[in-house]
Write a protein that binds this ligand. Structure first.
Ligand SMILES: Cc1cc2nc3c(=O)[nH]c(=O)nc-3n(C[C@H](O)[C@H](O)[C@H](O)COP(=O)(O)OP(=O)(O)OC[C@H]3O[C@@H](n4cnc5c(N)ncnc54)[C@H](O)[C@@H]3O)c2cc1C
Length: 423
């Protein structure tokens, strides 16, 4: 019996396990997944918890419930991969042999990477919302908030869901207004980027929205430390931003096990072919989701699109064929903007988020890069889609490749590789 071993049963690991167990011949292949945590978190919900929109029951479910019964779920912490002998070693001393390996160990926020972040203010006036515990603590802190300087800081890129900190700023503006605290609160958005977002057309639109909401933006700020005594964050070039409440998005890193295995880059992300999703290190190791070093967004939607490509390529390996499926970096993300509205962005490696309509040119119904109520409902609906269609690995009606249908391509320069590469 051969083994397809999947490391991590988060979004990406669960989707690919469910897809592969349906396709691989059960008499020849066993599908096994290893994870250290029995709980599956709906991470996009962490954004809503500080504002009391979602609670524990909306974001926490047992992992086992979302994996096919034919998938073997092994609980344990991965210590390292020995790619020479095709073995994975667990912290409890067990080792697991594999024929094909998929790394899906994701990324986690690492406040320990920033000097002073885990100081006296940590959990008091310095918080994060990228983990379940962090989001719960921030919810409690906001309930006591009377006003002051709220600073939202992104430490460095890449981070998972790169729009989430902006969404937090928009929701904070809405929530403070609703609770009569907006005039008593300054909101500062402090980013290492040169603008509000990574791509020019979206940045222009988002900057306008931040200005409208009186959210001050501090760009090119590379955080070096948190000074707990003076309540300020300090950049490497000695700029300082004072806070009463710091909402931090710390450095995001891949699993330490990748470093121990000699398979990770300086942030423990695994070097991966951006089209085939095969690791650059070994032919029988593939990578999916946030664990990769791909220049795509680290998002659940991306993990889902990647899974469609990876499924084809794993089946090609099993059949002894060439890898033919190619990932184009497709990402599709709702951006909650507060006041019952949201935006939608759809892009890939080559095409930046553009205005237009989605998924159809004339019928829409969802506007791209524009606030609307339907996009807000799309964002809330995504939770149900996530549990009931995305995790089981069912088709979502949006193919893995980005389409230019409905997009304002006239905004792109002529002869751009975007148009040449689009399907
Ligand atoms: C605040 C926030 C908002 C977000 N909003 C959105 C959104 O609106 N839309 C969207 O598409 N995405 C969103 N995301 C991103 C999305 O949740 C992630 O991109 C997605 O979960 C990535 O899936 P993954 O499987 O790669 O990683 P994960 O789902 O994080 O899974 C990794 C798994 O690996 C396991 N693991 C790691 N190391 C080890 C080890 N050493 N031993 C054993 N097990 C291990 C972990 O326990 C975990 O189960 C958001 C994320 C956050 C934090």
């Amino acid at each position: 019996m051969k083994k397809l071993l999947i490391l991590g049963a988060g979004t990406a690991g669960t989707v690919i396990a469910n897809k592969m167990v349906r396709k691989l011949p059960a008499k020849e292949w066993q599908v096994e997944v290893v994870d250290q945590d029995p709980v599956h978190y709906y991470q996009p919900g962490f954004l809503f918890m500080p504002f009391g929109i979602y609670g524990e029951k909306d974001v926490v479910k047992p992992k086992k419930r979302f994996l096919s019964r034919k998938v073997n779920l092994r609980m344990g912490t991965i210590e390292r991969i020995d790619a020479d002998t095709n073995k994975v070693y667990l912290e409890n001393g067990d080792s697991v042999h594999y024929d094909l390996l998929v790394i899906a160990t994701g990324t986690t926020p690492r406040p320990d990477e920033i000097e002073g972040m885990e100081g006296d203010d940590w959990g008091r006036d310095v918080h994060e919302f990228y983990t379940f515990d962090g989001s719960c603590k921030l919810a409690r802190r906001l309930r006591e908030w009377k006003g002051g300087r709220m600073v939202i800081n992104v430490a460095e890129m890449p981070i998972k869901c790169p729009v989430a900190p902006l969404e937090f700023a928009f929701l904070a503006d809405w929530w403070l207004t609703k609770n009569g605290l907006r005039d008593k609160t300054e909101i500062h958005y402090v980013t290492p980027l040169s603008g509000a977002f990574t791509k020019p057309v979206a940045t222009e639109r988002l900057q306008h929205m931040l200005d409208e909401r009186r959210i001050h933006v501090e760009t090119d700020f590379a955080i070096g430390s948190v000074d707990n005594d003076k309540k300020r964050i300090v950049s490497w070039d000695d700029r300082a931003v004072d806070y009463d409440l710091l909402v931090a998005v710390p450095t995001n890193m891949g699993a330490d096990a990748m470093e121990r295995s000699g398979l990770g880059d300086e942030l423990n992300f695994v070097p991966t072919d951006k089209e085939t999703l095969r690791s650059l290190a070994r032919e029988n190791i593939f990578v999916i989701g946030d664990a990769t070093d791909l220049p795509a967004s680290k998002a659940g939607s991306v993990a889902h699109f990647e899974a469609e490509i990876l499924e084809e390529n794993l089946l090609a390996v099993v059949a002894g064929k060439e890898l033919e499926a190619r990932f184009d970096g497709h990402s599709n993300c709702f951006v909650e903007t507060g006041y019952g509205k949201g935006m939608l962005i759809d892009f890939n490696y080559e095409t930046e988020p553009l205005p237009g309509t989605f998924p159809f040119a004339k019928l829409g119904p969802m506007p791209l890069l524009k606030e609307s109520r339907i996009n807000h409902w799309g964002k809330l609906m995504f939770r149900h889609v996530y549990w009931h269609a995305l995790l089981p690995g069912l088709p979502l009606g949006i193919g893995p490749h980005m389409s230019l249908k409905g997009k304002r391509t006239d905004l792109l320069k002529r002869n751009s590789p975007v148009l040449a590469g689009a399907r």
